[in-house]
Design a protein around this ligand. Structure first.
Ligand SMILES: Cc1cc2nc3c(=O)[nH]c(=O)nc-3n(C[C@H](O)[C@H](O)[C@H](O)COP(=O)(O)O)c2cc1C
Length: 313
């Protein structure tokens, strides 16, 4: 199976739905994390919109929560259950300094005992909801790998539905290569189904990963989809991405962002962020100068004229 990774500020429902309709192939989409809140507090408007069932009726969406206290996690989980979700993913990977400083995301991995009691309380709190699946998306550690054994033992103690492993440390952010020796250890020792995530960019990368780890449940792809939105379609035997399709994709996406995000600047910033990845696609070899003009565009008119140049044969 192919999973679409959560990408904060990028893979919101507008992008997910467009990719799903133009380039079907991902079996599941993971929403960027929602910050858990204590009972009585409101979730952010942007996060609420992003997981609203009416905005996600065409995709199989798994919401993800960022939390390190069971009360907030359970409160947000119950809010998601009321919206009809039956699988919730816990973020144990976010490397952002603020998040790590608060002991969340990859920062939670340096407190294995706390993580153990977190799961204990969460499963107690969900005992009236046996239908709810909890999954985890984790890195291999926060600052070092000294507690890998503890983490694996903790994960194995609970009935998690699956664990996605992005084999980097939190402190590595996205630098260096995935640590495949550590991934092998998680793959061999975890009792729950494992999903591989990290640096998958081509169909060949997907095939190699599936061949090397035949028991993995899925491959999760993030940045690879921003460089080639049709990667899952291609992998499943569909036609390769064309320049014309990218043109239609960015036109539709920009139109939707302009219609739904309000200020012109928001739509422009979102498109520039996407182009900063899309430019890596080999279909744009020789077009880098034009793409730089997109990335520098200060307004709608500059963006549109740069786009015309990029797609001029
Ligand atoms: C801009 C950006 C935002 C991300 N946001 C999230 C997030 O909200 N939740 C999460 O679990 N991972 C997040 N990630 C990590 C990705 O889901 C993924 O684990 C990572 O990019 C490695 O996979 P890839 O090489 O296929 O991109 C983010 C990564 C990037 C680059």
């Amino acid at each position: 199976m192919i999973y679409f990774a959560p990408l904060e500020d990028i893979s919101g429902y507008i992008l997910r739905n467009l990719i799903n309709s133009m380039f079907p192939g991902s079996d599941r989409y993971f929403a960027p994390f929602i910050s858990a809140v204590k009972p009585g507090m409101k979730h952010k408007k942007r996060e609420t919109e992003d997981i609203a069932p009416e905005n996600n009726d065409r995709t199989r969406l798994i919401p993800q929560i960022l939390a390190n206290d069971p009360d907030s996690f359970l409160n947000t989980t119950k809010w998601l259950i009321e919206k009809g979700y039956n699988e919730i993913n816990l973020n144990l990977g976010c490397p952002s300094r603020d998040v790590v400083a608060r002991g969340k995301g990859s920062g939670f991995l340096s407190a294995p005992e706390k993580l153990d009691s977190f799961f204990d309380e969460v499963y107690m709190g969900l005992r009236d909801h046996p239908e709810i699946k909890l999954s985890v998306k984790t890195r291999i550690g926060s600052r070092d790998k000294s507690n890998t054994g503890d983490l694996i033992r903790i994960f194995n103690r609970y009935p998690l539905s699956e664990i996605t492993v992005h084999p980097r440390l939190g402190k590595d952010f996205y630098r260096g290569k995935p640590d495949m020796v550590s991934f092998q250890r998680f793959y061999e020792e975890l009792k729950v189904p494992v999903v591989y995530n990290g640096d998958i960019l081509t169909c060949e990368d997907i095939r190699k990963t599936e061949d090397s780890y035949p028991r993995i449940k899925a491959v999760m792809i993030g940045r690879g989809f921003l460089i080639n939105p049709a990667l899952a379609r291609e992998y499943k035997g569909g036609t390769p991405l064309t320049v014309m399709e990218i043109r239609e994709f960015v036109q539709n996406l920009y139109a939707e962002y302009r219609a739904k995000l309000g200020a012109e600047k928001y739509a422009l910033d979102k498109m520039k962020e996407l182009w900063s990845w899309l430019k890596e696609n080999p279909l744009f070899t020789g077009k880098q100068r034009n793409i730089r003009a997109i990335l520098k565009a200060k307004n709608h008119a500059e963006y549109e004229s740069a786009i015309i140049q990029v797609f001029r044969p």
